[in-house]
Ligand binder design. Structure first.
Ligand code: GLN
Length: 511
């Protein structure tokens, strides 16, 4: 049965799509998924049974899916020439759970190739524009999903977040973006980029919609050994009926100034060899408008009754080098399967199997992907692992411990302290192209604020704090493992008082 769209919706969507090009495949008339495909519902009463406690009516809508998440019979291009023609033979668990709850996929969205980038301009299959300003990028790598939600084409979309790819485009486009606790959501059916860092995430128009979608997709999956159910002690995703959500929370504020100072000190300590670190320090300084949005969010949080304290995490200054070392190492292994034999476009002629693989990868992968595969194989060379990869893993442990000690989590559980940490998402608002763009290096350095949640495996929620100079500014709140419910409560309180902005021309079809 085809979906019944509200009157005027299809022409509205097509008009936006002409301007923003959010979709790699747009199929509002896709047939209903076969009955046989619907997953069995989890047993009643399980804390993670997919639909436990979801208020009906928030998720049973058309939705969009980033084109690195499998949907049966849809494209699964990953934004790459290599997989341009590939159609998925099955659907990811996250997609099947939403379909079983009554939702329908209406398209696959654009992304930076294999999720590598911060603008969606690294896609080999077209350029996506930001609905707030068509000359600017939507952010990335889940830029198509963020743009589609911001334009009101879909009420929510799925993305993946390995180092910020859900939260940063959400901030650029003025929507809500969730990166769940590592393992809270099945990765079965996601095309892997860096498996130990990534998670499927949700981009949505409102906090409550994001919460509803998360409540459906989360929970253990026998097809993903790294997926888990929330422990019994975790705060409930929805407050029990009749109880009030505690209003005043303890929120730590990670001062952007303190991070910039730590980075500058690290650059100085490196002496003459600190050129790259110095450039990185500069790239992580917040632009005036982002700083204003961040300060506004901080002031509003105190006004809403939360208690705010400044916190510092000195180890964060090594977050980006650790993230790129680990992400590139894992990517070089994960992408080995795209060889033109098992997957990927096969070259017309080759003298021998080695040449066939070389040719397929040479023609199929874009420059950023090749750079990361090379970097990954470099840091994993035998004899050099101590110097790069193992060191990065140690930094990762240090960052996780810093967050856990602030949040009273993990081995610091006895000393419960903060409920959440407020942080910037990205140093700038959506940037432009050409002269007003950010260099590839600056984009990577700017991942500092997002990649630490992935290194630590903790949940983080990004939401629009304000509009500055005509563009949305997002902030994120990071919480204890399995405490997504707390993050939704805090952001929901903000949204209630300060409803989220919409771009000009937006119409609400999905309330
Ligand atoms: N900008 C980060 C990167 O390029 C984000 C990637 C992601 O989360 N998929 O690696």
């Amino acid at each position: 049965m085809a979906i019944n769209f509200p009157a005027g919706f299809l022409s509205y969507a097509e008009e936006w799509e002409k301007k923003i090009n959010a979709f790699i495949e747009w199929r509002p008339d896709a047939p209903e998924p076969a009955e046989a495909d619907a997953p069995k519902p989890a047993p009643e009463g399980m804390p993670n049974s997919p639909a436990a406690g979801v208020p009906p009516g928030l998720a049973e809508f058309p939705f969009a899916v980033k084109d690195n998440i499998a949907v049966k019979d849809f494209s699964l291009s990953c934004g790459s020439k290599l997989l341009e023609k590939f159609r998925s033979p099955y659907s990811a668990t996250v997609v099947r759970r939403l379909e079983a709850a009554g939702a329908r996929v209406i398209g696959k969205t654009n992304l930076d190739e294999f999720g590598m980038g911060s603008s969606t301009d690294n896609s080999a299959l077209g350029r996506t524009n930001n609905p707030w300003d068509l000359e600017r990028v939507p952010g990335g790598s889940s830029g198509g999903s963020a743009a589609a939600v911001a334009a009101g084409i879909v009420p929510y979309a799925l993305g993946t977040d390995t180092g910020g790819s859900v939260r940063q485009p959400a901030a650029f486009c003025g929507v809500v973006g969730l990166k769940p606790t590592y393992g809270a959501v099945s990765r079965y059916g996601l095309v892997a980029y860096a498996s130990s860092l990534e998670s499927a995430g949700v981009l949505a128009d409102t906090v409550e919609r994001c919460r509803a979608v998360f409540s459906i997709i989360r929970g253990p999956d026998p097809l993903d050994e790294t997926s888990h159910g929330a422990p019994a002690a975790a705060p409930p995703l929805y407050p029990a009926a009749g109880t009030d959500r505690p209003a005043g929370r303890r929120i730590g504020v990670l001062s952007p100034g303190a991070i910039a100072r730590a980075l500058a000190a690290a650059a100085e300590a490196a002496g003459g060899e600190g050129g790259a670190l110095e450039a990185a320090a500069q790239a992580s300084v917040l632009e005036e408008e982002t700083r204003r949005g961040f300060e506004l969010a901080r002031a509003r949080f105190s006004e809403l009754g939360h208690t705010l304290t400044e916190v510092e995490i000195p180890s964060l200054k090594y977050g980006v080098p650790a993230y790129y070392t680990i992400a590139a190492a894992e990517a070089s292994a994960n992408l080995a399967r795209f060889d033109g034999v098992r997957y990927g476009a096969r070259p017309g002629c080759a003298e021998n199997p080695d040449e066939l693989v070389d040719k397929a990868r040479e023609a199929g992968f874009g420059a950023e992907v090749k750079l990361r595969i090379l970097l990954g194989t470099f840091v994993l060379r035998s004899g050099f692992q101590d110097r790069y990869y193992l060191r990065a893993q140690r930094i990762r442990q240090g960052i996780r411990r810093s967050f856990e000690s602030l949040l009273g989590d993990g081995e610091y559980r006895e000393q419960a302290k903060l409920d959440a940490i407020l942080m910037p998402v990205f140093p700038s608002r959506a940037f432009g192209r050409g002269a007003s763009s950010l260099s590839a290096f600056a984009q990577k350095a700017a991942d500092l604020y997002t990649c630490c949640a992935n290194l630590a495996g903790l949940p983080s929620l990004s939401f629009p704090a304000s509009v500055e100079g005509g563009l949305p500014v997002g902030v994120q709140i990071l919480g204890r493992a399995w405490a997504e419910g707390t993050l939704f409560d805090i952001a929901g309180g903000y949204e209630k008082k300060y409803p989220f902005p919409r771009p000009e021309g937006y119409r609400a079809f999905w309330s």
